[in-house]
Design a protein around this ligand. Structure first.
Ligand code: SAM
Length: 344
């Protein structure tokens, strides 16, 4: 967790800044709001949860989990099965502790209980030095969850793996977190959903998942910073996990990314927020594309800007991927996008 700073976003949810990458993880206008606007709404999740009893979601680049948490908030009576990928396991473990502007204690207990399965939570809290991070950044932590950990520690409880049981969490809920609300909540309502985590480079972890997903969130850093998760070859892996009705959603509107999606045969559309193009949706079902790309977007894709990133064996470093694309651009006889923009 070195080199990560916190900041408060405008909707009261905490955001992260990565000193190494020199980039923010979340929109300053609201980390939770961004999850809803760019991932939940365009994926048709709310409509889908009216129709299906179970929905499979793949959350590529879980981070501290806003997209998955937001999906759980809007799941209605449907059961969600969410597989999450991230290279940084610290963030996954940190995610239930973050002040995220979600005041649904059941959701937080559900996340905690799933993380309990990966290891004893109080050990995780100390081993990963979250106590120190908490001491320096208390405003960005959810106090009830931190108090819960402190309570477990003072009582000497060790709960993990097979010793996990939801009735324990249920008891914690009644006995510790919300004695005032004892009569309001009858059970943990996320009990029939599941969320699982795979740590490591998504190019490898994704190959180990043998499932089709209804909804896929792609929330990698920008193509300039993490091109390995925007290459045509990685997108092809994603494509193999999608059925005819699935949707892929992302905040990115990058031209090489959209170009690769078209090359792979997807219908591609834009996510408009306040009339501004703020992301992309891809599907093999044309009906899922509310705002298709325009003729101008297609023309742009035919310029040099539309030359996509490639990583044939899913093993190149970011700089190799970027350099290879730049070489291809320099040899291309396509019009440059600057010349194209000037002429339109
Ligand atoms: C923009 S952040 C995602 C924010 C996240 N969705 C959230 O709600 O907090 C990008 C994430 O990509 C992860 N990441 C970077 N390179 C990766 C890779 N090759 N495979 C998997 N995850 C990666 C980072 O650890 C980081 O959590």
């Amino acid at each position: 967790m070195k080199n990560i700073d916190f900041y408060m976003t405008e909707d009261g949810s905490a955001g992260l800044y990565d000193e190494n990458i020199k980039d923010i993880y979340h929109s300053k206008t609201g980390a939770l709001k961004e999850a809803y606007d760019k991932f939940i709404e365009p994926s048709f999740l709310c409509e889908l949860s009216e129709k299906k009893t179970a929905i499979n979601i793949l959350d590529i680049c879980y981070g501290i989990g806003y997209n998955s948490k937001c999906a759980l908030m809007y799941k209605n009576k449907t059961n969600l099965h969410i597989d999450c990928l991230d290279i940084n396991s610290d963030l996954i473990f940190l995610s239930p502790f973050i002040k995220d502007n979600i005041y649904d204690i059941n959701l937080k207990l559900f996340l905690l209980s799933e993380i309990f399965k990966l290891g004893d939570i109080s050990y995780i809290f100390y081993e990963r030095k979250f106590n120190r991070i908490y001491e320096n950044n208390a405003d960005f932590f959810e106090p009830s969850i931190v108090r819960l950990i402190q309570f477990l520690i003072t009582k000497g409880y060790i709960y993990s793996g097979s010793t996990l049981n939801l009735s324990f969490l249920h008891n914690i809920y009644y006995n510790y977190i919300s004695t005032d609300m004892k009569n309001d909540v009858k059970s943990l309502k996320y009990i029939n959903s599941s969320i699982s985590f795979k740590f490591g480079d998504a190019r490898l972890t994704l190959q180990k998942l043998n499932k089709f997903y209804d909804v896929i969130f792609l929330d990698a850093f920008t193509p300039q910073k993490a091109p390995e998760l925007w290459t045509i070859n990685f997108l092809n892996l994603i494509k193999n996990k999608m059925s005819k009705n699935s949707v892929l959603v992302t905040y990115s509107k990058s031209t090489p990314f959209r170009s690769a999606l078209i090359e792979l045969g997807f219908f591609v559309g834009k996510i408009y927020i306040n009339d501004i193009d703020m992301g992309s949706v891809a599907s093999f079902d044309k009906n899922k594309i509310i705002n298709p790309l325009t003729d101008y977007d297609y023309s742009l894709i035919n310029t040099r800007a539309g030359i996509f990133y490639e990583d044939y064996n899913l093993s190149l470093s970011p700089s190799e991927i970027i350099n290879n694309r730049e070489n291809k651009i320099s040899l291309s006889d396509r019009i440059s996008h600057t010349a194209f923009r000037k002429s339109h």
